[in-house]
Design a binder for this molecule. Structure first.
Ligand code: SAH
Length: 234
């Protein structure tokens, strides 16, 4: 009996192992292609960003049933009516803040936790705020499971920022705002950069890049984008 069981376990492992490797490889290959064809091809060249995009398992961050679409050139549902941006936009926004390993970054709009995971692979500390409590909990669980130990998720309104850990080297906002929330600018270091989608027309925004100088803020619109709304009640 024991011998039969042992044999079953042996063959079970024997058959299962290649299966696991094939699965792993399949997504890894898709990720490499995603970076090459969608991200490098469009001009993102920061090696830290490209490496992070090659390493974060995006298929684990999308809503159940969408795993096989995770590496396509498109946004995808993450549940609760929210979406994860197209891979290129995540990479481009990350490159725009010029991330460095020593950085402390604030993200507004945790969503699935994907953008936070990409940042976590590059910078020292990531603080991220999500308005939908269920999403904040889900992202916290997934990021912990994947050992992104340098990310802290908070449930709440990101409009007010996260004063306890300010000032930040960079801030990334991943929901469409009507204007730049003043508390976020205040919590940015002098010399720091912020990217935020700000209302353009009724159904699109401009990705705005702001640089905080000693006595002024320099901002410019980089590309038109479409994000889910930044919810804020006065
Ligand atoms: N960065 C995410 C995708 C963000 S989608 C990812 O990588 O998956 C935008 C998110 O912003 C949504 O989850 C939405 O609930 C959240 N959001 C909207 N208004 C917010 C606010 N005031 N504070 C914090 N999060 C907000």
């Amino acid at each position: 009996m024991v011998a039969v069981l042992n044999l079953m376990v042996f063959w079970g492992i024997f058959f299962l192992l290649p299966e696991l490797f094939v699965q792993g490889d399949q997504y890894e290959l898709k990720r490499k292609q995603m970076v090459k064809q969608q991200i490098e091809a469009r001009g993102v060249s920061d090696q830290l960003v490209l490496d992070a995009m090659r390493s974060v398992p995006r298929h684990l961050f999308v809503a159940a049933g969408y795993e096989d679409f995770a590496y396509l050139d498109r946004p995808l549902p993450i549940g609760y009516g929210q979406t994860i941006s197209q891979p290129y936009i995540v990479a481009y926004m990350t490159e725009l803040i010029r991330p460095e390993p020593s950085f402390k970054v604030l993200e507004i709009g945790t969503g699935s936790g994907y953008q936070a995971a990409v940042l976590a692979g590059i910078v020292d500390k990531v603080y991220t705020i999500e308005l939908v409590d269920a999403l904040a909990k889900q992202a916290t669980g997934l990021l912990e499971k994947l050992n992104y130990n340098n990310v802290q998720v908070k449930s709440g309104d990101g409009y007010v920022g996260w004063i306890e850990h300010a000032p930040y080297d960079a801030i990334i906002v991943t929901a469409a705002a009507d204007s730049v929330p003043p508390p976020l600018l205040e919590q940015l270091k002098i010399g720091g950069r912020m990217v935020i989608p700000v209302k353009g027309g009724h159904d699109y925004q401009y990705l705005q890049l702001l640089e905080k100088k000693e006595n002024r803020v320099v901002s410019r619109n980089v590309i038109p984008v479409r994000f889910v709304p930044f919810i804020h009640k006065d």
